[in-house]
Design a protein around this ligand. Structure first.
Ligand code: C5P
Length: 243
């Protein structure tokens, strides 16, 4: 680690300068946080599983033509990614009511929504990532109208891909969060899926039993988080041999 310059340390990952200009190294920690870091724990093996799972999802997205920041996995806990200018939004897609939406609208968790709903939170830990309308995003210049159209289109394509993949292994994709970044190839700007896609940032329920296989296991004290993530990895065929 000492050979790399740390750029940023977040709740679940550390970003280091990459070996070439325009690259970064994402290191997946075992730290789990919930409720804006009011609840914290170290969950052994989580970082290794999320590194693998995020690699799996990002590679799959690239395979269906959705650009991501992912370049390649380097080792058990690290992946090489393109450096992006992160858009300060958490883009959430919901297929079934759960979490903050269920709470806000007094809905029963698990109720199927009439169609996938895309919503946006302003990425700001101090404020607890508040939900924001598109009007704010445009007015404060966080993303242009063209960016927003592209972001919604990308989010829905990610939802189609992820829902299909998860359905194939008997898991319902309740909702998920992605982050997007801008990369420039000469003067041409592209939006790419950045950060991570893992059970930390999705809600995943077993289709048959309704068992939760995501970070709600930690948030709601439902059992062993590593076991839940291992089950997701096992079904997807991406289980690292030494977890
Ligand atoms: O809490 P809420 O219901 O708004 O979360 C929606 C989805 O976004 C969940 O899958 C949750 O794990 C994810 N999320 C996230 N990071 C946040 C907030 C939500 O990954 N800061």
């Amino acid at each position: 680690m000492a050979r790399r310059k740390k750029i940023y340390e977040g709740k679940a990952k550390i970003l280091y300068e990459g070996p070439e200009p325009g690259t970064i190294v994402q290191y997946f920690k075992d730290d789990a946080t919930a409720f804006n870091a009011e609840k914290k724990a170290v969950i052994e093996g989580k970082g290794v599983l999320n590194n693998r799972l995020s690699e799996f999802f990002m590679t799959g997205l690239q395979g269906v033509g959705i650009p991501t920041h992912f370049i390649r996995r380097l080792n058990m806990r690290e992946q090489l990614c393109r450096q992006v200018e992160i858009i300060p939004l958490e883009v959430i897609v919901r297929n079934y009511a759960a979490g903050s939406m269920a709470k806000r609208l007094g809905m029963e968790e698990g109720r199927q929504l009439p169609r996938p709903i895309v919503e946006f939170s302003y990425k700001n830990d101090a404020l607890g990532d508040p939900l924001v309308p598109e009007e704010y995003i445009a007015a404060f210049g966080w993303a242009s109208q063209q960016d927003m159209d592209d972001i919604v289109a990308i989010a829905l394509r990610v939802n189609d891909f992820m829902s299909g993949v998860m359905h194939g292994v008997g898991i319902k994709l309740i909702d998920f969060k992605i982050e997007l970044g801008r990369v420039w190839d000469n003067d041409f700007m592209r939006l790419v899926v950045a950060d991570e896609i893992s059970p930390d940032s999705c809600r995943l329920w077993d289709i048959e039993t309704g068992q939760k296989l995501d970070k709600d296991v930690f948030r709601q004290d439902l059992g062993n988080l590593t076991d839940a993530y291992t089950e997701v990895a096992r079904r997807l065929g991406v289980l690292p041999s030494n977890v």
